[in-house]
Design a protein around this ligand. Sequence first.
Ligand code: HEM
Length: 341
Amino acid sequence: MDDSSVAKRLVKAVIADFPDHAEGTRPIHTIGIGVKGTFVASEVARSYCIAEHFQGQPVDVTVRFSNGSGSPARHDGWSDVRGMATRFHLKKGQSTDLIAMTLGEFFVRTVDEFFEFTKDAQQTIVAREKPWRKFLDMLQLKPPMPDPPPGKTKSGDAGTLVYANRHRFSQLGVFQAASIGAPVSYVRASYHAVHTFFVTGADGVRRPVRFSWQPVAGVLTTDPKLPPVDNYLKEELAERLKKWPARMMLMMTIGEAGDVLDDPTQHWPARRVRVVMGTLTLTEVPEGDEQVALGERISFNPMLLTDGIEPSGDPILRARKDAYEASSEMRKGAPCPFSRS
Ligand code: HEM
């Protein structure tokens, strides 16, 4: 892939937002943990989607949970987006991925907007906003700047808020991100795949859908009044799974006429049919080389789909295919799934 390709420029734009980016690591969602489990589709899933993993037989799954930041420093307790990338291992060595994060909506609609957004999100020195400034913001109906966590000296948050104040479409994602908090566990957060996909059912009907994962244990964030802890999420998950498996439900929301299909910044109205597509049971945090393979080297791709699931025309979803491949090449990760099939 040539250096001036859009894909490489996208990866470099992400890297520019994290000055302490470490070569050989992901430019974003850098800190993560690989987990093993099994997915079993619900009874109704197969009538909505003919994909192999929705037919009801248990499917082996690899999940990588991550912190959203591109910094290699571990700050589990910071208020930030988290990621859940899932690989369903299908028959005949095939696989399909579903990449989700804790925001329901993304910040931008197009590649050009992404470049502008990442430029605005470059880190600047942060200080606690003065009370009078917060008051002034509120008078102007602007959300006040969130306070940086103790010890945090640089942030891109201010720039993203400036971007959101200029671009209405960005506000849902940016404002949610600004106040999202830190989960008490990777399996106590809900994760959204954000984009629209089309699924084909057993009756041949093709439907626009959005996927999300809901934790069976419920959503819970840490107490923002307590000082943030830097390192607890990996150990919490490993210890939890030694005692009992953790479960996540895969939900599929079905779009209706008039719903936006190609824009990941836009929410669908609340009154939509939601189907439980299946349950993921997470059983083990592997250690040693297997953890390196599943937690670090693995390369996911949101466009690695399978028969029965198609991408929408969403330009962000489309652009991610090559960007993730370029990133995997740049960090010398496991070969991108497309090069293997
Ligand atoms: C144009 C928009 C986007 C760009 C350029 C981008 C770029 C990237 C890159 C380069 C990586 C690292 C890939 C690797 O090295 O394997 C990554 C990881 C990730 N991204 Fe995105 N991303 C975009 C949008 C999104 C959206 C909309 C979501 C929401 C679901 C998302 C969620 C994630 C997650 C969860 C990971 C970690 C995956 C893992 O654990 O391997 N990204 N992104």
